[in-house]
Design a protein around this ligand. Structure first.
Ligand SMILES: [Fe+2]
Ligand SMILES: [Fe+2]
Length: 301
């Protein structure tokens, strides 16, 4: 029934789902599918071989491999820990539109993890992506997300559950996706593009980063709607950022190699800017910041 716009349905979509920002983000996700199995990886093996051969002292290959390992573990972790957010949103009655979006995000996180699984299997078969992460990325990307997911699962009291969901969204969409994931995909994607290296990895990064833009936008709108108007909830979101900020920055600093492929000052700046932009856009701080980077990605929606 393309084009049907009967008056009684204006402003609503399927079966009473409100035409909200969450619905728009869900709809954008549905319009922009991609298949990790069809990203062209045919040039990757030759590129890795050349990078290892031409830059042995710099160990550029080792630096990109560390990054891919962090992303593999991070995408696996966010895939496994998102379901309790969906359940909590349903139990709190936050709306079908919000649940629809989180459902699309869950499918996308699985797709990101699938991309890295395929990449390691086909391009880096001798590497082990399951090497234990250093303590800082482990605490923010894995253990911390597992902890809040467990608490969300167990909580039944609505007021407590709402507080936990605010904490979880600040951690997951704010610290992990906004400060770390998007910073990594952006900064490293730019460096690889400038050198013309690893086009398959570049393409995967581009597609994942576009998805992450929607996830971050969801977190901003959620905290603006739910946490910003209520000082105790606002404090929980800000405290969560403060608690994980040292581990997030220490994770970025792990790319401070003697001869870094990725300028460390640039990565730290990207991460700090992303955090400030997220908090300001969610009306959790009074800072006036420009959202050009996120807006550029979301303009693709
Ligand atoms: Fe992801
Ligand atoms: Fe994400």
């Amino acid at each position: 029934m393309a084009g049907a716009t009967c008056g009684s349905q204006r402003g609503r979509n399927i079966d009473g789902v409100p035409d909200s920002v969450y619905w728009k983000l869900y709809f954008a996700a549905r319009k922009l599918p991609w298949d990790p199995q069809t990203v062209d990886l045919s040039r990757e093996c030759a590129d890795w071989e050349r990078i290892r051969r031409e830059f042995p002292a710099e160990d550029y290959a080792g630096q990109v491999l560390q990054l891919c390992t962090f992303f593999y573990d991070g995408e696996e972790s966010v895939t496994y820990t998102l379901t309790p957010y969906l359940s909590a949103a349903a139990r709190l009655g936050l709306g079908a539109d919000l649940q629809l979006f989180l459902t699309s995000q869950l499918a996308e996180e699985a797709r990101h993890f699938e991309f890295f699984r395929r990449y390691f299997a086909e391009v880096l078969p001798d590497a082990n992506p399951r090497m234990p992460l250093p303590p800082e990325p482990r605490s923010v990307l894995v253990d911390g997300l597992q902890d809040i997911a467990d608490r969300l699962r167990k909580e039944d009291e609505p007021g407590q559950l709402r507080e936990l969901l605010v904490e979880g969204v600040a951690h997951y969409m704010g610290v992990v996706e906004s400060m770390l994931a998007r910073t990594g995909y952006r900064g490293v994607g730019e460096v690889l593009a400038a050198r013309g290296w690893l086009p398959g990895l570049q393409e995967g990064f581009r597609l994942i980063r576009r998805d992450e833009g929607r996830h971050v936008a969801f977190g901003i709108h959620f905290l603006k709607d739910i946490a910003s108007p209520h000082p105790p909830l606002r404090k929980i979101a800000l405290d969560t950022f403060e608690r994980y900020l040292p581990a997030a920055l220490a994770t970025v600093q792990l790319f401070d190699f003697p001869r870094p492929l990725f300028p460390i000052e640039m990565l730290v700046q990207y991460a700090m800017d992303a955090g400030q932009q997220f908090l300001a856009a969610a009306a959790l701080t009074d800072e006036a910041v420009e959202l050009t980077e996120l807006e550029r990605d979301l303009a693709e929606l």
